[in-house]
Design a protein around this ligand. Structure first.
Ligand code: ZN
Length: 151
């Protein structure tokens, strides 16, 4: 149920596999709950020692905060669409074997997006620019799928 809601919230197609969705959800929840826990702990410590709480530097908080560009959602959806040429559901394997389009698997895509966006957040790139750069890394895959399938 929660998966269904999450998919809707992220505009992911119903056909995107559960492993990918769980990974996206887990990351999101994990990062948020970690942060809440940490803040609670800091506040509690400060109260105990009767001083004002000191919150960690931004850098520390950014540790888990990957950004997910719109292109990721587009690519994940595209990868599970119906193949208009073969009338079967697309996946990484079908794209490669039947259409010679090499696109990384979903987990690899998530790894890539997380690694690249976190890296740029650490360099303090603006969120908007970060999303743009990371999104552009996925663009060629989207373009080649669309081209081959003439979508
Ligand atoms: Zn096909």
């Amino acid at each position: 149920m929660i998966r269904k809601t999450f998919k809707k919230y992220c505009l992911l197609a119903k056909t995107v596999d559960n492993t990918t969705v769980d990974r996206l959800m887990g990351f999101d929840f994990h990062a948020r709950s970690q942060e809440v826990l940490l803040i609670t702990e800091i506040k509690w410590q400060a109260r105990k020692e009767n001083r004002l709480p000191e919150f960690p530097s931004r850098r520390f908080k950014l540790k888990n905060l990957a950004l997910y560009p719109r292109e990721l959602q587009e690519l994940l959806n595209l990868k599970t669409a119906m193949c208009p040429l073969c009338k079967v559901r697309l996946n990484t394997f079908h794209l490669r074997e039947s259409h010679k389009v090499s696109v990384p698997g979903n987990i690899e895509l998530l790894d890539l997006v997380e690694k690249e966006s976190i890296k740029r957040r650490r360099l303090k790139l603006k969120k908007k620019d970060n999303l743009k750069v990371v999104g552009n890394l996925l663009r060629p895959y989207i373009t080649s799928i669309k081209q081959v399938l003439s979508l």
